[in-house]
Ligand binder design. Structure first.
Ligand SMILES: O=C(O)C(=O)C[C@]1(C(=O)O)C=C[C@@H](O)C=C1
Length: 98
């Protein structure tokens, strides 16, 4: 291997270590979020509240779009990501209401 290729391989390894560390953070963060939403789902089921709350979602999306601009992340990606997670949460809430 040339020096340049060795340096590139070392850099790739470092980036991949960071990526693995960040993926773990994302996963644990998501698990913690789901613990809170499970509690919300139980509360909603106990009090006959609807699984989804579009007003709350609109506020969350607006906030995330603002944050993603500050964080230099594509706001459209942030919106799709949150919408994907919330749709899974709503599915869990609906199951609790059956
Ligand atoms: O805050 C709520 O009411 C929730 O049920 C949680 C949550 C979310 O995952 O953030 C999920 C569904 C609602 O439509 C809005 C928000």
């Amino acid at each position: 291997m040339t020096d340049a290729a060795t340096r590139a391989a070392a850099l790739l390894h470092e980036h991949r270590e960071s990526i693995d560390r960040l993926d773990a953070i994302l996963l644990y963060t998501l698990a913690e979020r789901f613990k809170h939403t499970q509690s919300v789902g139980r509360l909603k089921a106990e009090h006959n509240l609807p699984p989804s709350d579009p007003t709350r979602e609109a506020a969350q999306i607006a906030r995330l779009e603002r944050l993603s601009q500050e964080a230099d992340l594509d706001p459209e990606f942030a919106r799709k990501f949150l919408t994907f997670i919330i749709s899974e949460v709503i599915r869990h809430h609906e199951k609790l209401q059956k």
